[in-house]
Design a binder for this molecule. Sequence first.
Ligand SMILES: Cc1cc2nc3c(=O)[nH]c(=O)nc-3n(C[C@H](O)[C@H](O)[C@H](O)COP(=O)(O)O)c2cc1C
Length: 185
Amino acid sequence: MSTPRDIAVVVGSLRKESYNRKMALAIAQLAPPSLKFEIVEIGQLALFNQDDEANPPPPNVAFKARIQKADAVLFVTPEYNRSVPGVLKNAIDVASRPYGKSAWDGKPAAVISVSPGAIGAFGANHHLRQSLVFLNMPTLQQPEAYIGQAATLFDAAGKLANEQTREFITKFIDAFATLIDRYKK
Ligand SMILES: Cc1cc2nc3c(=O)[nH]c(=O)nc-3n(C[C@H](O)[C@H](O)[C@H](O)COP(=O)(O)O)c2cc1C
């Protein structure tokens, strides 16, 4: 068997009981052996400061290196005030600099947004997509993944218990795998 694709999963919430983190873990479990989804933590990153670009803090250096090594990136994010949480935007900025040396450049990406609300964090999903255009990340277009009513989807152990959502996520993973193969280096 060939080496599985290494997919860095960036979760836009630091909350312990985060629905987005639960979704990220469910995706790792539903994925076929050819895809390895691994959460790359962002809560330890220092706030990006352009003054430190030439000598960034060690956690930021390590994060950028981890993204650099990945074959693809999956963003799983909540919506804060109709946009992405600051912690996620910080992580994006950290790995994007210095100019011309972005770790995101050319990596296939996909976005899932998860919210207890009805519209599935649509606003965050599309604000994030705006950054991905600039970062030159070929991004999965269909299916779009706006997951609403998150409080009803997981069981007490945090597992994805809603069958319809499991089926949808399985299709989403298949489509992402096809995109990743298309851009395979
Ligand atoms: C600062 C803040 C702003 C929020 N703004 C929105 C919003 O614009 N849209 C939305 O659907 N939910 C919003 N919420 C509610 C989040 O969707 C909810 O807290 C969710 O559980 C966060 O995702 P998580 O479970 O992965 O931590 C907001 C929550 C916080 C803390």
